[in-house]
Design a protein around this ligand. Structure first.
Ligand code: SAM
Length: 218
């Protein structure tokens, strides 16, 4: 299988055709080998229009969702970003190409370890990964210019609002355990928060102190 051709097709048919216009997001996605973030047996499906299992009952997000969430942060390249839910590390790799530094939190150690290896292989050295409950953010490194949460939360955790810099953008799925609305929150100069609903989505649950309870199945 020619991964480069599959990747170009993915970007044209799933990302550009659906209205993502951020040139930096499009260029970066043309260059990140998504097949390296899934197990060998699934590599033939790595550029398909879907999420895929990555072990530990978790998933690598659908390419369009990764693109749309990243585009919603409107990154220029100078930003410090908090990502919650490293998963496979694919979204992390994209953020690493779009921003200055990425602080990524994953609660499942085996996933964090695998993501670290692929990011190292791709020589993306501007990423710090921590194994922890990401619902409480990453206080030592706050404030952030952008926060991207790749798991569905019952409500917006207060810690993210507290750790968002003025002008900063938070993108996260909010809703019930298996269906959510993608929400963007922008911290205004006067300290208030502007909230927008972007689209419907389906993410695995955000589990932790300010998220869902761990039911042992997600
Ligand atoms: N964007 C990732 C990718 O493309 O591979 C996929 C992320 S996956 C949909 C969601 C991830 O969030 C899972 O790896 C899960 O373990 C993680 N997660 C859930 N709750 C978390 C929490 N409180 N802190 C950190 N990670 C969490």
């Amino acid at each position: 299988m020619d991964f480069a051709i599959a990747r170009r097709r993915m970007v044209e048919q799933q990302i550009v055709a659906r209205g993502v216009t951020d040139v930096r997001v499009i260029e970066a996605m043309k260059n990140i080998p998504r097949h390296l973030f899934v197990e060998v047996g699934l590599q033939a499906h790595a550029y398909s229009d879907s999420s895929l299992p990555i072990g530990a009952k978790q998933t690598i997000s659908q390419p369009y969702m990764v693109a749309a969430m990243s585009a919603a942060l409107e990154l220029q390249g100078h930003e410090r970003i908090l990502e919650v839910g490293t998963g496979s590390g694919y979204q992390t790799a994209l953020l690493a190409k779009l921003a200055k530094r990425v602080y990524s939190v994953e609660r499942i150690a085996i996933l964090a370890g695998r993501a670290r290896k692929v990011l190292d292989q791709l020589q993306l050295s501007n990423v710090n990964i921590k194994i922890a409950d990401g619902t409480i953010g990453w206080k030592d490194q706050a404030p952030f210019d952008g926060i991207l949460v790749a798991a569905g939360s019952p409500e917006i955790p207060l810690s993210y609002l507290e750790q968002l810099d003025v002008g900063g953008k938070l993108v996260l799925p909010v809703g019930d355990r298996d269906q959510q609305i993608l929400v963007r929150v922008i911290r205004q100069q006067d300290g208030s928060f502007k909230k927008e609903q972007l689209m419907g989505c389906r993410f695995v649950p955000l589990i932790g102190e300010q998220g869902w309870e761990d039911e042992g199945n997600g």
